[in-house]
Structures are given as structure tokens and as C-alpha cells.
Design a binder for this molecule. Structure first.
Ligand code: G3I
Length: 453
């Protein structure tokens, strides 16, 4: 019997215990390095493309989009049940060279077309987009970029365009040196978000890059910054974390600050090993060049685990009979006892690796599951409910049926549905539309009970 209170052993699973993610930036040209891809595949459950979804990569010539490297990362991540943050659509750096030859309304239109082109390609597929990146000066004024020179409204135009292009993805403003609440730049960004919220400009999240160097280290008011942004009605996330020499106290402190703010949805480190970092000489990441876990790794993992599981059992494990209580055959809904909502494939996606979620029951085919005699739960005929791993917090996704044990499920008499491979139960942290399903040690509580009806 697994210990229901056992600490998770990877960053992603540990963060998932409180409904958060732990991510990394990935470079497409490193995926062939097996040490790199093994660590990344094991530890993280959110992926950001380090450079491959930026404007210079995705639209090298006007109207000619190139998604080959971005898709390589997207596919690698989603095939492993991970989610993806899009980074970034409008930025003063890494612009395609042809943006340098245009200005004014021509550049403004090029930005709009770029957002539509890239977001159209990834429509319905990403969790977040960094719509605008690094648009402020250190004193809180706007950075005088070519985009700024198209008019002060360029940021809100970018966000309105983005919302129309893909209403399903959360739209973020992302910046560095906005971690200290008393800093001018932090206040400038705060005032913009406040203004956007008051005028109904669509914005869902703020990304704090959290690059801590010798000169800008973890501020004591970091949690105040996170909670102050969150109080405006946006999610917050730490999006590009790295710390000079991987100070364990700074890594633990930034992780704890996020855990203490309910709307801090997750943490992303900006690379896997020190040798993969954009500032590799400062050894700022959680794995050394040989792929070994550093002390900072343990300090982060310990903080994530100290938050504890979201569905810890109260009175021991509820026994579950492995005898199917529902006979195989016809398509049924899988309805959560706590939420009354249905297990749903977002946007009727048929892409391998799409994570399933709770959503209002509507009876359409992306909510119709068939229990087969070989204990698969199929959707659309040929795709199966699939556990992306076997540890606590592993994603539950759809994947082409392959007959393996991570696609076999026992529908138990106590209302739980447990994975044959993991022995763990379908589990959901929360009751809202969009809440993702995971597997977790079976405890028989309402967030683990589902009926096939
Ligand atoms: O791929 C080419 C290679 O073919 C060429 O030989 C080489 C010569 O310099 O350049 C290589 O491209 C480099 C690219 O990284 C891939 O390694 C670029 O020169 C280099 O400028 C680029 O740096 C990236 C930087 O953004 C550019 O601004 C870093 O990898 C990336 O980590 C960094 O990420 C940014 C975030 O997007 C925004 N926040 C800050 C963060 C760190 O600077």
C-alpha cells in the first residue's frame, strides 16, 4: 500500500500536489541530448520554448511563418503529458529583421498579423501566452522600442488581438526586475495591469521572470508583489527563474513565496542544467553540467512537498474493490461526484497528450467514454484515457490506444477509477471548468469519485 503522505520525488509531481506546475525552458537543439531530455521529461510538467516561438523564429519573412522548431518542442512536451507556455509574441528583442525596416502603422499591422498568425497555429493548444514581453524601463516608464513608437496603445492592441485569436489561452504580460514591490518598474507594470482591468482590456496573468543576479536578488517583499498583482484579478507565475550560484535560500524563498499566494500558478526555471543556461558561467540552475541534482534542487523540492497533497486522506485509505461496477460497452459520461462536471477533452482535441479536464456536462463526443472489455476508456473510438506517468500528480491525457497498462483502468465499487499500472486513482483538485485530472494515491474522497452514467 503506497503511503498517501509520501513526498513527491520530482518537481512537477511535487508542485502538482497543490495544483501548480513546475516547468523549464527547452531548446529544440538540445532535445537530442539524452541526459537533457531525460531530466526534462522526468522533472517538469510545463514547458516554455526558450527561443523557438519568438517572432524572429516564427515569421522570418513577412507572412511566411515557420513553426518547425516551435512544433518540435510542443510535440515533445505534449507527448509526455506536459503543458506549454507560449513565449513570446511582441517584444523589442529577437524581432525578425524585416520589422527593422518598417515603422508606424505598417509595423503595428505587422504585429497584429504576427499575433494572429502564430496564435492561430497554436489555437486551443497552449496554457498561457506571453503576449507582450519586457515593455517597461527600470523607472516604470515605457521602453522606447519600435513597437512603443507605433503608439502608446500598442500593448492593449496586442492583448485585444490575442484574445480574439485564441479565446482559450491565458494571456500574460511578462517582464524582469518586477519582483521588488517598491521598485519603479514593478509599480509601472502594476499600474498598467490595474488600468487594463479597470477598462476591460483582456489580460489574465503576469509573468515575473525572476532572474536573480548578484545585483538583484530575492527581495524580502516578493510575496507582497505576487499577492498585490494577484489582487488585481490576474494569475501570477514565476516564468524564467535562475539565481546566481543557485543560492539555496533564494531558491527556497522564491518557491515559498509562490506557494503562499493562491493565484501563483507555477514556477518555470530558465533551462535544465547550468551548462544549458543563457548565463552558464553563473551556474544558476537546479542541475549541474553533468545532470546531477544540486542543493538548490532539494531546497525547492522540500518547499513544494511541505505544502502537502491537496487530497490527503483523513481516515486511512478507503478500500476499493477492483471488480468493475460498470459493465463494458456503451459510451458514457464520467461525472465527478464533487463537481458534478464531466471528464472532457479540451476543444475536442485529438492530439496525443492532450490533458483531460472537468467541464460542464454537455454530452458531446469529447465527453463520451467507453469502457472496453480490456479496461480501456476510449474516446472518439481510437483514443484512450492514458496516464502520462505513475507517480502522484501525473497527468491524465488522451493518447492513441496501445494496449499498455497505463491505459487500463479499474472502475471500482467505491466510485473511484484506478490505473492498472499505477494503482493510483483519478483525482481532481478543485471543481471548476478547466480543472485538470491527475492520478493520486486512492483515498476515496469525493474528488476521486466518478460515475459512468
Ligand atoms: O542559434 C544561433 C547560432 O546558430 C549562432 O551561431 C549563435 C551566434 O551567436 O547564435 C545562436 O542564437 C542565439 C540563441 O540564443 C540560441 O542560443 C542568439 O545569438 C542569442 O541571442 C539567443 O539568446 C537568447 C536570448 O533570450 C535572446 O534575447 C537566449 O537563448 C534566451 O535564453 C533568452 O531568453 C530571454 C527571454 O526570452 C526573455 N527574458 C530574458 C531571457 C534571458 O535573456
Amino acid at each position: 500500500m503506497p503511503d498517501a503522505n509520501a513526498a513527491a520525488s520530482t518537481l512537477g509531481a511535487a508542485a502538482a500536489q497543490s495544483g501548480r506546475y513546475f516547468g523549464t525552458a527547452i531548446a529544440a537543439n538540445r532535445l537530442g541530448d539524452s541526459t537533457y531530455s531525460t531530466i526534462a521529461g522526468r522533472e517538469f510538467n510545463m514547458i516554455t520554448a526558450e527561443n523557438e516561438m519568438k517572432p524572429d523564429a516564427t515569421e522570418p519573412q513577412r507572412g511566411q511563418f515557420n513553426f518547425s522548431s516551435g512544433d518540435q518542442i510542443y510535440n515533445w512536451a505534449t507527448q509526455r503529458g506536459m503543458k506549454v507556455r507560449g513565449h513570446t509574441l511582441a517584444w523589442h528583442a529577437q524581432q525578425p529583421s524585416w520589422w527593422g525596416g518598417i515603422s508606424g502603422s505598417t509595423l503595428r499591422q505587422a504585429m497584429i498579423d504576427h499575433i494572429n498568425g502564430v496564435m492561430g497555429h497554436y489555437k486551443g493548444k497552449l496554457a498561457y501566452w506571453d503576449v507582450v514581453n519586457e515593455a517597461f524601463n527600470e523607472d516604470g516608464s515605457r521602453r522606447n522600442s519600435n513597437l512603443q513608437q507605433t503608439g502608446n496603445d500598442w500593448i492593449e492592441v496586442a492583448f485585444r488581438t490575442a484574445r480574439n485569436a485564441d479565446p482559450s489561452v491565458k494571456l500574460c504580460y511578462n517582464d524582469y526586475n518586477i519582483e521588488n514591490w517598491s521598485y519603479g518598474k514593478t509599480q509601472g507594470v502594476y499600474r498598467m495591469i490595474q488600468d487594463f482591468k479597470s477598462r476591460g482590456v483582456p489580460i489574465d496573468c503576469v509573468g515575473l521572470q525572476t532572474h536573480f543576479t548578484g545585483g538583484s536578488s530575492l527581495p524580502s517583499n516578493f510575496q507582497t508583489t505576487l499577492s498585490s498583482f494577484a489582487a488585481l484579478g490576474v494569475d501570477v507565475a514565476l516564468t524564467e527563474v535562475d539565481v546566481t550560484n543557485s543560492s539555496t535560500t533564494q531558491y527556497a524563498g522564491l518557491t515559498q513565496a509562490c506557494m503562499n499566494v493562491p493565484r501563483c500558478v507555477g514556477i518555470t526555471v530558465w533551462g535544465v542544467r547550468d551548462s544549458d543556461s543563457w548565463r552558464s558561467s553563473e551556474n544558476p540552475l537546479l542541475f549541474d553540467g553533468g545532470g546531477n541534482k544540486k542543493a538548490a534542487y532539494n531546497s525547492v523540492l522540500n518547499v513544494l512537498n511541505s505544502v502537502g497533497p491537496t487530497s490527503s486522506p483523513t481516515g486511512g485509505t478507503t478500500s476499493a474493490s477492483a471488480t468493475p461496477s460498470t459493465q463494458p460497452g456503451t459510451a458514457k459520461r464520467i461525472v465527478g461526484a464533487q463537481s458534478g462536471r464531466c471528464v472532457d477533452v479540451p476543444n475536442s482535441s485529438r492530439t496525443n497528450g492532450t490533458r483531460v479536464q472537468l467541464y460542464d456536462c454537455h454530452g458531446q463526443i469529447n465527453q463520451q467514454w467507453t469502457l472496453t472489455s480490456s479496461r480501456q476508456l476510449t474516446v472518439y473510438g481510437s483514443m484512450c484515457l492514458d496516464a502520462a506517468g505513475s507517480g502522484n500528480g501525473s497527468a491524465v491525457q488522451i493518447y492513441s490506444c496501445n494496449g499498455q497498462a497505463n491505459q487500463q483502468w479499474n472502475v471500482n465499487s467505491n466510485g473511484t477509477i484506478s490505473g492498472v499500472q499505477s494503482g493510483r486513482c483519478l483525482d481532481v483538485w478543485g471543481t471548476n471548468n478547466g480543472q485538470q485530472i491527475q492520478i493520486y494515491d486512492c483515498n476515496g474522497q469525493a474528488n476521486q469519485r466518478f460515475s459512468l452514467s
